[in-house]
Design a protein around this ligand. Structure first.
Ligand code: NAP
Length: 347
């Protein structure tokens, strides 16, 4: 694909361009043909000067220290929470609309937290903070399914166990899993690396993501509760989660139990889920079919299977979901926010 200059289109900056989410953003900007009048790339001093291709053009990565945002219209931030805490407000003050992939501003009252398929209606103008937050990678696919359940039956409680891929810890997370797997295959007694994860991930499962809170839950688990409430506009929604890292390279999975306020008919539930935008229900027509991270298919869909109403409690049902965390859980959602902003002329 070749870049065609469009002076009326926004100029874009990608902060964290060299990372796993940054690479995915570049791919999506190209394949979804996001209109732009040039893309600038930023990362740390480690990567400054590196050259990367965007839309057929060679771009040189700039050091974020000293980066001038005054001629940037949309700045995607994907360089970690502390980087966003330091640089997102200054970028917004220089006039850029920041779309932030980190945890820095998600619960800020002046910052909308947006999943376009669910709550695009909160995007009515430039936010007071100049920042739009992208939710956590496990929250996005979950809330994409819950809205229709709440509308039809009402939700009493949601219980989730996540099965989160190594790529959730970025490029270094993937490399640590690969390195640990190779070591363990050659020597079962080898000491395996555990820098990106709190325990070695190869041939293991680790029920601990992010930091421990006083409540005994992890930050990752708390994010799923708080963010689901904010996005769905349900401040008392009862969501409780165990977040688990698994030795999968990419795509998070979730086992979700929903207790509704009224009995649920499986056929109607499956039809409602399948009617949602960019959702594939694998066991709608073929009983027992289910998605996995390796076999789900279209990476831009939320994949659902194992939908089953509990015989002993027809208000309750389980489902299994799989979603690409780098796309649906991060870059695709961010690009879809930008597309919504541009479609609505909100810049
Ligand atoms: N991975 C996911 O599934 C996912 C999902 C949702 C949200 N997120 C969030 O997105 C962010 C990026 O994640 P990732 O998976 O892409 O991580 P990653 O692969 O580790 O990439 C991190 C990026 O941030 C840059 N960076 C690090 N420190 C910096 C600094 N001080 N100044 C400027 N740039 C700096 C790195 O640049 P260098 O090359 O210079 O080191 C790199 O481009 C994180 O906040 C993460 O929580 C990730």
């Amino acid at each position: 694909m070749t870049f065609v200059s469009d002076s009326k289109a926004p100029s874009i900056a990608l902060v964290g361009a060299t990372g796993a989410v940054g690479h995915t953003l570049i791919e999506l900007i190209e394949t979804r043909r996001l209109r732009h009048n040039g893309v600038r790339l930023a990362a740390s001093a480690r990567s400054a000067g590196r050259q990367m291709e965007v839309d057929g053009r060679t771009c040189t990565v700039e050091d974020l220290e000293g980066f001038d945002f005054s001629d940037v219209d949309i700045a995607f931030f994907s360089a970690g929470t502390s980087v966003s805490e330091k640089w997102a407000r200054p970028a917004a003050a220089q006039g850029a609309l920041v779309i932030d992939n980190t945890n820095a501003f998600r619960m800020d009252p002046d910052t909308p937290l947006v999943v376009p398929q669910v709550n695009a209606d909160v995007l009515t103008g430039r936010p007071a903070s100049g920042i739009i937050a992208n939710p956590n990678c496990s929250t996005i696919p979950l809330v994409r399914l819950l809205g229709t359940v709440e509308q039809r039956w009402g939700i009493r409680q949601v219980v989730v166990s996540t099965y989160q891929a190594a790529s959730g810890q970025g490029q270094h997370g993937i490399e640590e899993l690969q390195e640990g797997s190779e070591l363990a295959l050659h020597d079962p007694d080898a000491e395996l690396p555990a820098e990106r994860f709190s325990k070695p991930l190869a041939f293991n499962v680790v029920p601990f993501i992010d930091r421990l809170l006083d409540s005994g839950f992890t930050m990752e688990e708390q994010k799923m509760l708080q963010e689901s409430r904010k996005i769905l506009g349900l401040p008392h929604l009862d969501v409780t989660t165990t977040c688990v890292r698994v030795p999968v390279v990419n795509s998070h999975s979730e086992a979700v139990w929903v207790e509704a306020a009224a009995p649920v008919d499986r056929t109607e539930l499956v039809d409602r889920l399948a009617a949602l935008p960019e959702v594939t229900v694998h066991d709608r027509d073929v009983p027992g079919r289910f998605p996995t991270p390796l076999t789900a298919g279209n990476p831009d869909h939320v994949h659902v299977g194992r939908v089953r109403v509990a015989p002993h409690n027809p208000r309750g049902f389980w489902l299994w979901l799989v979603a690409d965390n780098l796309r649906i859980g991060a870059a695709l959602n961010a690009v879809q926010i930008a597309e919504t902003v541009l479609d609505r002329g909100l810049l």
